[in-house]
Write a protein that binds this ligand. Structure first.
Ligand code: NAD
Length: 447
């Protein structure tokens, strides 16, 4: 099969590489010439475990190529996949400008009788609008498909090669057959629905997962008050098959390029039809506040933070990715800087991305080249991303670097036995039994 993937970001690149790995002939297109040059040189512009090896291998086998010329790449393709970004507009709605531009360019270059699939996350009705847009610009016949993507950054390659399900929204038996052939060997459920339902499956799935995280964080906040331990509560809940154990990890809340934007977009989609999605509004609001527990806990320990030095461990929104979009670290560091804190920050992979996303405040942060270096002379360490490098740190070595032995664990990464024999003041999330060294209750502060 000849496949063209438009947009070589976290989704497009992984999809393109994996389809090539399945033996298809894939051309990946991107507007960003730097990304294309990086890919043509055998490197990849993102951090994603296992991706570079597969990319190089398939390029060498002649099954995978990269170009910034959409026109040439689209001609002769059996399947054209749109995987460009749909970032949020200021009001929360998905920005469809990249989708529309890609659709126009595809329409103007298309020939034969291809299937055009949208993998990007798009509001219900977008696939139909894009189909109309393409039809308005070309006589060329084509079938259109909603093909929402469910991969997780950090495990995107195995997620793509072994999906739980492939969701296809189409009214075309030919397109369904093509996508069934493409994904046939991968396992998982092959779910064919109407286009609008397929679009909604993506938003409903992300909203539900975000709600699970929200829910366990609310439980964690109550656990802190009543003296229960949220990790034990989550474990006990998770054995119930109706609940399941995944996405029940309390912490400083979700971030990333999907959950924040997709929850906001679904609220907007419902709002367009005069429906208020009250629960999802709470999910967004509580998740936003959850990250500031880090600051509240520091203030509970130190009072005024002015003049303190705080080490921040972890800038990516989760481990095993360099993606810092909507990472809690952005706002937490912003709050600390506003309070006159000297911030010393470190992330194993996401430093460069974070610095460029952080904009004007970047000059006020000390960027460090290691976890212990960041901790040197600090009054406290705040763990925001549970990279293995932090979780497996020698706490005695860490203690020796710090001015004061204060560890704020935003991801419940450390266990009771890790801290045994140390004199750390330790705060985590929803585990009051593990809180060490501070007698005062955490005061209520509003942000
Ligand atoms: P991204 O920002 O990493 O990549 C998008 C790419 O598209 C960029 O490289 C950009 O240069 C390119 N692009 C934009 N317009 C173009 C055009 N006209 N022609 C060629 N290239 C163009 O985005 P992403 O994280 O890969 O997400 C893409 C879509 O997939 C979004 O809708 C997102 O919500 C959805 N999604 C993302 C994930 C994830 O984990 N990142 C998971 C599932 C779904």
């Amino acid at each position: 099969m000849k496949i063209t993937v438009v947009g070589t970001g976290y989704v497009g690149l992984v999809s393109g590489v994996c389809y090539a790995e399945l033996g298809h002939s894939v051309i990946c297109v991107d507007k960003d010439p730097l990304k294309i040059a990086t890919l043509q040189n055998g490197d990849i512009p993102i951090y994603e475990p296992g991706l570079q090896e597969l990319s190089v291998r398939n390029a060498e086998l002649g099954r995978l190529s990269f170009t910034s010329s959409l026109d040439a790449a689209v001609k002769g393709a059996d399947l054209i996949i749109i995987a460009v970004g749909t970032p949020p507009l200021p009001g929360g709605e998905a920005n469809l400008a990249y989708i529309e531009l890609a659709a126009k360019e595809i329409a103007d270059a298309m020939e034969g009788n291809p299937v055009v699939a949208i993998k990007s996350t798009v509001p219900v009705g977008t696939n139909e609008k894009v189909r109309d847009l393409i039809r308005s610009r070309t006589e060329c016949p084509f079938d259109s498909v909603s093909l929402p993507e469910f991969l997780r950054e950090g495990s995107a390659v195995p997620d793509t090669m072994h999906p739980d399900r492939i969701v296809v929204g189409t009214d075309s038996p030919r397109a369904e057959a093509l996508l069934r052939e493409l994904h046939g060997g991968l396992g998982g459920a092959f779910v064919v629905k109407d286009i609008r339902s397929a679009e909604m499956i993506k938003y409903a799935s992300n909203a539900f997962l975000a709600t699970k995280i929200y829910f366990i964080n609310e439980i964690a906040n109550i656990c802190e008050k009543v003296g229960a331990d949220v990790t034990r509560v989550a474990e006990g809940m998770g054995y119930d098959k109706r609940i399941g154990s995944s996405f029940l990890k309390a912490g400083i809340g979700y971030g990333g390029s999907c959950f924040p934007k997709d929850t906001q977009a679904l609220i907007q989609i419902a709002g367009h039809f005069d429906y208020e999605f009250k629960l999802l509004r709470s999910v967004v609001e509580v998740n936003q506040g959850q990250r500031f527990n880090i600051v509240r806990k520091l203030e509970a320990i130190f009072g005024d933070l002015e003049g303190r030095t705080i080490a921040v461990w972890g800038l990516a929104f989760k481990p095993e990715t360099d993606d810092v979009r909507e990472a809690p670290a952005q706002e937490i560091i912003g709050e600390l800087l506003d309070r006159g804190v000297q911030v010393r920050a470190y992330d194993p992979i996401a430093m460069d991305n974070f610095r460029s996303h952080f904009g004007g405040g970047a000059g006020r942060v000390e960027w460090c080249s290691g976890a212990l270096e960041a901790a040197a002379g600090a009054d406290a360490v705040c763990l925001l991303t549970e990279w293995e490098e932090f979780v497996s740190i020698d706490l005695a070595e860490l203690r020796a670097m710090l001015r004061q032995p204060v560890l704020i664990d935003g991801r419940n990464a450390f266990r009771e036995q890790d801290l045994a024999g140390t004199d750390f003041v330790y705060y985590s999330v929803g585990r009051p039994g593990m809180t060490r060294g501070v007698k005062d209750p955490v005061p209520e502060l509003s942000y």
